[in-house]
Design a protein around this ligand. Structure first.
Ligand code: KG4
Ligand code: ZN
Length: 371
């Protein structure tokens, strides 16, 4: 650790244009001095998903504004930064290129080091910034484009224990919302409807839950929701009733949460059995990250799993679960501290697995071809 460090981070891998300034003090305390997130609300609504070209153009137009706001809020200048960090992948190539080009310009103009950050590493390291998590710990990354259990050993050392073999859970939330006529992004809309519904209203499958491994699948569950909707709507020209829709959302949400909780319990046992936990007097940590971690039922069920398996539990505040640049600035800061530097030849990488030794998960992250 080399005294106080201050880093500017940029994020533009999907549909949030974000800039943040994060500081780590002498004593190791993380301070988010500014976290600006400009969403693209409205731009993609008509399509039920993120349209890469529209997203890229919006990023190119908004990155400067996000950076300016972060600097204004803190009263700092680029000259006050120790480094400029930017999401270099995985994600949508147009958005990544916008961010990487912007960061190169800022770093080169001010003579500051440039650090390319893996977006998934940003999510995985968030509990270090928000909860002072000590290495190694177990994290469940559950988002719109990815879902995996990761042992976080260092800012550049990750081991994947398992993950989705098809859709990501956030993607399933988004598709279910779309088929039930709810808004985009689907997660918050489905959670809202689910709060009014009966989670036992419809019987839905729990794919792969009976298997011993740490893999998940959400594609069949999504199809089961579609079939149920069609059966209910059959013969009714106005579609399904509001109460059926709410019950279906609640039943779907419970199925996702139970699948995540069941596999998380296996991952916790595996973490213990594999000797990852180094200290006998410190409880191992289970953390959750990514947009789906904003879901209250998911958080509650995972916190219960942690309790039952002897882990402590960290769930970052919602603003740091969904995409943001503070997690990128923080990860850049940790990498900088360990001597990482990128040159102006830094390239955007649409695919960038966190654990290069893990076999690729077929079909994983289809929506955004993330990892
Ligand atoms: O991490 P994130 O902001 O972007 C990606 O890297 O994918 O995650 C966005 C995803 C979306 O699919 C969204 O529907 C889901 O997270 N999400 C939720 C909730 N809030 C966001 N899913 C379930 N419940 C929520 N409250
Ligand atoms: Zn993300």
């Amino acid at each position: 650790m080399t005294g106080t460090l201050t880093v500017l981070g940029l994020e533009s891998s999907c549909d949030e244009t974000a800039a943040s300034i994060v500081r780590r003090t002498d004593s190791g305390e993380a301070q988010v001095l500014a976290s600006i997130v400009l969403d693209q609300a409205g731009l993609h609504d008509a399509y039920g998903g993120v349209v890469p070209e529209i997203a890229a153009r919006a990023h190119a137009g908004k990155l400067d504004i996000a950076v300016e706001r972060a600097l204004d809020e803190t009263g700092l200048a680029i000259a006050d930064m120790d480094a400029v960090a930017v999401t270099a992948g995985p994600g949508l190539i147009g958005g990544l290129l916008s961010g990487v080009m912007c960061a190169k310009g800022l770093a080169a103009g001010a003579g500051k080091p440039l650090i390319g950050v893996n977006h998934l590493a940003g999510h995985a390291l968030t509990p270090r910034m928000t909860d002072n998590a000590g290495y190694p710990y177990l994290v469940l990354l559950a988002s719109g484009g990815h879902c995996q259990f990761i042992v976080v050993r260092a800012p550049d050392r990750f081991q994947r224990l398992g993950g989705t073999i098809d859709d990501a859970p956030g993607e399933a939330f988004d598709k279910v919302a779309r088929m039930l006529g709810l808004g985009f992004p689907g997660g918050p809309a489905v959670e809202d409807a689910a709060a009014r519904g009966d989670p036992r209203g419809f019987e839905l499958p729990r794919p792969l839950l009976d298997r011993e491994d740490m893999n998940l699948s959400f594609s069949g569950l999504k199809t089961a929701v579609l079939r149920t909707r069609d059966r209910l709507a059959n013969g009714k020209c106005g579609g399904i009733s509001d109460s059926d829709r709410d019950d279906l959302c609640a039943s779907f949400q419970l199925a996702v949460a139970e699948c995540l909780a069941g596999k998380t319990s296996r991952a916790c046992h595996h973490f213990m059995d594999s000797g990852f936990s180094r200290s006998a007097d410190r409880r191992p940590l289970l953390a959750v990250a990514g947009g789906v971690a904003a879901n209250s039922l998911v958080r509650n069920m995972l916190s219960r799993v942690a309790e039952d398996t002897g882990f402590s539990f960290a769930a970052p505040p919602q603003e740091y679960c969904t995409d943001n640049a503070a997690m990128i600035a923080w990860t850049g800061l940790e990498l900088f501290d360990r001597g990482h530097r990128d040159g102006l030849d830094l390239e955007a990488r649409p695919r960038w697995p966190l654990d290069p030794d893990a076999p690729p998960m077929l079909g994983s992250g289809k929506r955004m071809a993330k990892a």
